[in-house]
Design a protein around this ligand. Structure first.
Ligand code: 1GP
Length: 232
């Protein structure tokens, strides 16, 4: 079954391999199984060494598909089911548009991963986030809906199979509902939304406005028992 469709409503748990504690996540195994449809592994740091053991540990204990959310070309693991093949289309840094991809493409081509070409659109989440620092690109203002929509549609026309509206890890302000709604109304590919989402209400709002996959990382990473505050 495909990871995403234009009418799916799935929830993803994002795990940064550098912050991963098998024990902590296993303590919440039942709740994770109940709430999350997919597990993303990756981060904006260069955690080459940790990614493979982290993916293997998750695959050993959880039933959900595991997709890599790569912060760099080094974040690759054959043990995963697939990868969001992110291209940062909102910024003018060729390294994250195509440069990192060039370094891993031949190896990836040999692997049996479900590669999902994803247009990654960074919007302002009210603070400087690590993706902004690492990519050295500026986020698009959430007041400039027109540019966010145009960027997302350009991504679709370039052949991306999904658009990821990203407010950045630990964002103060998640992607606004008006933006999700407007982008969704112009897209014929699935829409992923993440960054700063910390409650069931925010998840619901993102789904109601058209998100097909909502991603949560920091809230659970801060304390895995925070998961108990989220309702299905
Ligand atoms: C970050 O969109 C993801 O790349 C998740 O963000 O860590 O703020 O949940 P949070």
């Amino acid at each position: 079954m495909a990871l995403l469709s234009t009418n799916s409503k799935k929830l993803a748990l994002l795990i940064d391999p550098e912050e991963y504690s098998e024990k902590d996540y296993l303590n919440q195994k039942g709740k994770i199984a109940d709430l999350f449809d997919v597990i993303l592994v990756g981060g904006s740091s260069d955690s080459k060494k940790q990614i493979d053991p982290c993916v293997k540990s998750i695959k050993a204990h959880f039933e959900q598909p595991v997709y890599i959310f790569p912060g760099s070309h080094e974040q690759v693991s054959e043990a995963a089911d697939g990868m969001l093949y992110l291209s940062l289309i909102s910024g003018n840094n060729a390294q994250y548009l195509i440069g990192e991809h060039r370094k891993s493409a031949l190896a990836l081509k040999q692997m049996d991963l479900d590669i999902v070409p994803t247009g990654y659109v960074l919007v302002d989440g009210g603070k400087e986030t690590s993706v902004q620092k690492v990519s050295q690109t500026l986020p698009l203002s959430q007041d400039d809906i027109e540019t966010i929509v145009a960027t997302s549609v350009a991504g679709e026309l370039l052949g991306m199979k999904a658009i990821y509206l990203e407010a950045g890890s630990g964002a103060k302000i998640p992607v606004k509902k008006e933006i999700i709604r407007e982008v969704k109304s112009k897209l014929d590919i699935p829409l992923i939304v993440g960054g700063g989402i910390r409650s069931s209400e925010e998840i619901k709002l993102a789904f109601e406005n058209g998100a097909n996959l909502v991603v949560i990382g920091t809230f659970i990473e801060e304390n895995t028992s925070n998961i108990n505050q989220l309702k299905k």
